[in-house]
Design a binder for this molecule. Structure first.
Ligand SMILES: *[C@@H]1O[C@H](CO)[C@@H](O)[C@H](O)[C@H]1NC(C)=O
Ligand SMILES: *[C@@H]1O[C@H](CO)[C@@H](O)[C@H](O)[C@H]1NC(C)=O
Ligand SMILES: *[C@@H]1O[C@H](CO)[C@@H](O)[C@H](O)[C@H]1NC(C)=O
Ligand SMILES: *[C@@H]1O[C@H](CO)[C@@H](O)[C@H](O)[C@H]1NC(C)=O
Ligand SMILES: *[C@@H]1O[C@H](CO)[C@@H](O)[C@H](O)[C@H]1NC(C)=O
Ligand SMILES: *[C@@H]1O[C@H](CO)[C@@H](O)[C@H](O)[C@H]1NC(C)=O
Ligand SMILES: CC(=O)N[C@H]1CO[C@H](CO)[C@@H](O)[C@@H]1O
Length: 552
């Protein structure tokens, strides 16, 4: 009998599963795009990080008695919106370390591959909830989908650089969730040796850090980094302790004693610890730019604390990713649109770009080379991108190209090159160019007036082809692209190869230093070599001259 038919007989039934910490009760739910599936939402994977546990690495969940309801999402971590034009106040709870598991069948004859998704949102927004990250598209391809919450912003990523508040707590939440999946997924019909971790934006950068973090070793077999890598500047926090001290002062703590400051932070009401943008340099304060104020820090060693990350990201990556892990990595055609979507003022961008050569200085130079050299570098970049044009609405595409590279593409291609060069692990590079009514980033961020002159593929537009947000007609061209994209993603999760056979009519070759292979993922799938060649050469030659550690 057809498995889909059998599962549809269970529709709306409550289903119990025994995980290591106790019994949970989920249910079978319908899928407008395919078979019904098993849904378990709001499963705790760690103790609530409240009270003395605030800012600490997550603690194992203590077992519960009886049956836990897993039919609804649990509370999400404190967050506020940066991308959409919402003026909503921050919402959420500190008690937020929950995940969601969706399975095609909890008792399959062959265990399913597992895809664990880490959401983006600049480390300040987002959650694993199915308003944005539902499994309906991916689960059609016979994979288990897991989505997770992790602590965000100050509650998740504050660092005093002390044993008390070492930083990276939110990243350790992600590790705890991955450990939970490894230990429990078999109960949902999943194969613990066939786990792919994937994420986009801050989630993609997170996945990229898991590729090298000593804490994440052995927890997954494959990884997909969408529009975010550890080799971008923004996930890495500069002088995090200074920011913590400034924040303490701003909140009214005059102490210079680290213990007292930590106690002060621990005693603060949560609403004081959300949406606090604290620049630590003139550059951050003055430049019209999106910024991630709380990201990953290089942790100090304190006794035998588990450290999530330490070292220079490029150097750490050069030492190699976890053995045998395969990678897929890529970017969207117009990533740089993000630059305009985070509350920055586009007229001020144009004004600063026209006035200050430093506007065109990639971020690492702003901290690591003298101002006189920065002006020289800024002049080169400005000439390269703007020729003799004035920055304005009429030269948006020239500016965008710079923002694409500065925010995402340089880091993404650097990760690709380093993985290919140093340990020769298998990695696939893509450029995402699907265009349809699903590309709603500019509409949701109020940028559709600014970018009304051509169809764009903005940061995050790839997600709409992987997770449903609105109803999609199954016979539409957009759905054809959804079908294609989810086939590539799940093939990679199953076989470590997005095109294991010729059913998609194309062979996507792993990236090599010689050919720089990649796949253009649009309505058609078009293999190519040497993406963004001229720009990459220009950026690399500049870094070679002034900051060679940033050359892949
Ligand atoms: C769990 O949630 C479902 C759906 O809201 C509800 O019908 C059921 O009564 C709840 N069960 C328990 C034990 O709370
Ligand atoms: C901290 O110092 C400021 C400025 O000197 C002062 O106004 C404030 O009362 C002090 N706060 C506390 C809690 O001592
Ligand atoms: C920019 O203008 C200068 C002076 O007018 C000219 O010499 C130069 O060739 C121009 N550069 C480009 C790229 O058009
Ligand atoms: C955001 O919303 C506010 C209030 O509704 C509006 O005034 C503003 O123009 C909007 N911004 C953008 C970029 O759409
Ligand atoms: C899609 O096309 C099929 C075959 O042409 C048709 O049977 C079906 O009703 C269509 N579905 C929708 C939602 O239009
Ligand atoms: C992962 O799952 C796929 C699909 O079920 C299977 O073909 C493959 O052998 C599995 N790989 C590993 C390493 O278990
Ligand atoms: C293709 C492949 O997996 N290559 C290498 C990945 O990295 C390990 C060492 O980290 C090598 O042993 C593999 O040969």
């Amino acid at each position: 009998m057809d498995a889909c038919y059998l599962i549809s007989l269970l529709l709306s039934r409550l289903i119990q599963v025994q995980v290591n910490e106790g019994i949970i009760q989920g249910q079978v739910v319908s899928n407008p795009y395919g078979c019904p599936f098993f849904s378990f939402r709001g499963i705790p994977y760690a103790e609530p990080p409240v009270g003395d546990l605030r800012f600490k690495a997550p603690q194992p969940k203590t077992p519960w008695e009886g049956i836990r309801n897993a039919t609804e999402h649990a509370s999400h971590c404190f967050k506020y919106e940066i991308f959409t034009n919402e003026t909503n106040l921050p919402t959420g709870s500190e008690d937020c370390l929950y995940l969601n598991v969706y399975s095609p069948n909890i008792a399959p004859s062959q265990p399913f591959p597992v895809m664990v998704y880490i959401h983006g949102g600049g480390f300040v927004s987002g959650s694993g909830d199915d308003d944005r990250y539902g499994p309906q598209f991916l689960i059609r391809k016979d994979v288990i989908v897991v989505t997770i919450n992790y602590r965000l912003e100050i509650l998740g990523l504050l660092s005093l650089d002390t044993e008390d508040i070492p930083g990276n707590a939110g990243m350790k939440d992600q590790v705890a969730a991955l450990r939970w999946v490894k230990n429990n997924i078999v109960k949902f019909g999943g194969d613990p040796d066939n786990i792919t971790v994937f994420g986009e934006s801050a989630g993609g950068a997170s996945v990229s850090f898991h590729l090298v973090s000593p804490m994440s070793k052995g927890l997954f077999k494959r990884a997909i980094t969408q529009s975010g890598t550890l080799t971008s500047w923004w996930p890495n926090t500069f002088r995090a302790r200074d920011r913590a001290l400034l924040l303490a002062k701003q909140l009214g703590c005059n102490s210079t004693d680290d213990k007292e400051i930590a106690e002060f932070f621990r005693a603060q009401p949560t609403e004081n610890l959300v949406n606090k943008r604290i620049p630590v340099t003139y550059w951050q304060a003055g430049k019209e730019t999106p910024d991630v104020y709380y990201g990953i820090v290089q942790e100090k060693e304190f006794g035998n604390n588990e450290r999530f990350f330490y070292g220079h990201p490029f150097d750490v990556l050069r030492k190699g990713i976890h053995e045998g892990v395969e990678v897929m990595n890529g970017y969207t055609e117009d990533e740089g649109i993000l630059y305009f979507s985070t509350g920055v003022n586009s007229d001020r961008i144009f004004e600063q770009a026209n006035h200050f050569l430093e506007f065109f200085v990639p971020e690492p130079y702003t901290t690591d080379v003298p101002l006189a050299t920065q002006m020289e570098i800024g002049s080169k970049f400005k000439n390269f991108y703007m020729k003799n044009k004035t920055a304005s609405r009429d030269s948006l595409d020239d500016l965008l190209k710079y923002f694409n590279m500065e925010l995402f593409v340089y880091g993404i291609i650097s990760q690709e090159k380093i993985i290919a060069k140093y340990k020769k692990n298998k990695s696939y590079l893509y450029k995402f160019t699907c265009k349809s009514e699903l590309n709603t980033f500019i509409v949701n961020t109020g940028l559709d007036q600014l970018f009304n002159y051509r169809p764009v593929v903005a940061h995050g537009d790839d997600l709409r082809y992987i997770f449903p947000m609105e109803n999609v007609d199954i016979n539409s061209t957009a759905f054809k692209m959804i079908e294609q994209v989810t086939t590539l993603w799940t093939n990679f999760a199953k076989y470590g190869d997005p095109t294991p056979d010729d059913s998609l009519g194309v062979k996507w070759l792993p990236y090599t230093i010689e050919n720089e292979d990649y796949l253009d993922i649009g309505e058609n799938l078009v293999p190519g070599t040497h993406p963004e060649k001229e720009e990459v050469q220009f950026w690399e030659s500049n870094f070679r001259e002034f900051l060679p550690e940033y050359v892949p």
